[in-house]
Design a protein around this ligand. Structure first.
Ligand code: NAD
Ligand code: LMR
Length: 340
């Protein structure tokens, strides 16, 4: 099958690419909020992923244009755009993964929780449709406040009788991406090889990077450096919101992070072993029902929620301090989903 004997032999890189598309199973990925600041670059990155065979782009406006544009890229997936609630069912049907970056972003001075009033309703209605049209899909929740939108999704799925805790993920990959970048810069190590787990949740102090477990180990960082790195990771979203000065929050780095996480989910579904990413999932590693930690991904979504590992005293304190805030964000989401 491989074109090894053809007159002009393709490069090894091309061979690898054609091999991976030919052998990869059909996978449909839907992006809800696909015409937005995150949605558009995320649509682009998912179009570049050879593990995707069908890319479904949904928004309340603007998706025909985004879909037409992205569809001209000569990669494997077929692209379809859907606009408006009456097309949501078609957008979702048959999806293996649904990525949700729908909703409003922060402006300077706002917390992620300030987005709750608008985004909670959006997430609730999108998840109601997911329960109806693709109840077996893995859901990658990006919409903020993630600490609450994931519990909302869980409650909606429970009510619909479709909840599978292995299939619901809050996307916290951007926290990991930031922790890796900031650590590499401070420790002066090549960023490509850096790993840093980030646990807890996705807002302020609930974001807890575990620099004590960062690899490669850096002996040139003081306790103060580690505190500063922690604070910068926790405030990374705010750093971007302030720099954008009213024009929204992280979109490009988030699209990158979302694409990394969706790719990990696809690999897990396809049976690739040892795919581990941090994510905010149903969890029993603390007393809270949802918590972000390293998760092993497999054919059914979460295969194993990995423990926290050894924490430094500073990280133990950080864990104690974040639990009350995370708990109340979870309870707020659950209460919202069950009202009325
Ligand atoms: P944006 O305003 O640029 O785009 C949001 C899109 O959602 C818009 O195109 C809008 O039309 C669409 N939308 C609104 N209601 C919808 C509905 N009912 N169905 C489908 N689409 C709908 O915002 P953005 O910058 O792309 O951010 C989107 C969300 O992602 C925000 O809540 C933001 O806080 C969050 N976010 C999360 C992370 C993370 O790490 N998890 C990082 C960055 C941003
Ligand atoms: C981020 O971490 O960049 C996002 O959660 C967006 C925000 O509001 O900070």
């Amino acid at each position: 099958k491989r074109a090894n004997n053809s007159a002009s032999s393709p490069s090894p890189q091309l061979l690898r690419r054609s091999y991976s598309s030919e052998s990869a199973p059909e996978r449909k990925v839907a992006v809800l909020g696909a015409a937005g600041g995150i949605g558009q670059p995320l649509a682009l990155l998912m179009k570049l992923n050879p593990l995707v065979s069908h890319l479904s782009l949904y928004d309340i406006a603007g998706t025909p244009g985004v879909a037409a544009d992205v569809s001209h890229i000569n990669t494997r997936s077929e692209v379809a755009g859907f606009v408006g609630e009456e097309q949501l069912g078609k957008a979702l049907e048959g999806s293996d993964i649904v990525i949700i970056p729908a909703g409003v972003p922060r402006k300077p001075g706002m917390t992620r929780d300030d987005l709750f009033n608008i985004n909670a309703g959006i997430v609730k209605s999108l998840c109601t449709a997911i329960a109806k049209y693709c109840p077996n899909a893995l859901v990658n929740m990006i919409s903020n406040p993630v600490n609450s939108t994931v519990p909302i999704a869980a409650e909606v799925f429970k009510k619909a009788g479709t909840y599978d805790e292995k299939k619901l993920f809050g996307v916290t990959t951007l926290d990991v991406v930031r922790a890796k970048t900031f650590y590499a810069g401070k420790a002066k190590v090549p960023v490509e090889g850096v790993n840093v787990p980030v646990v807890g949740g996705h807002a302020g102090i609930t974001i807890l990077p575990l620099f004590s477990q960062a690899t490669p180990k850096a002996n040139n960082l003081s306790g103060e450096d580690l505190m500063a790195l922690t604070k910068r990771t926790q405030d990374g979203g705010t750093e971007v919101v302030e720099a954008k000065a009213g024009k929204g929050s992280a979109t490009l780095s988030m699209a990158y992070a979302g694409a990394i996480f969706a790719d990990a989910c696809l690999k897990g579904l396809n049976g690739v072993p040892d795919v581990v990413e941090c994510s905010y999932v149903q969890s029993s590693i603390t007393e809270l029902p949802f918590f972000a930690s390293k998760v092993r991904l497999g054919k059914n979504g979460v295969e194993e929620v990995l423990g926290l590992g050894p924490l430094s005293d500073f990280e133990k304190q950080g864990l104690e301090s974040l639990l009350p805030e995370l708990k109340s964000s979870i309870e707020k989401g659950i209460a919202f989903a069950n009202q009325g």
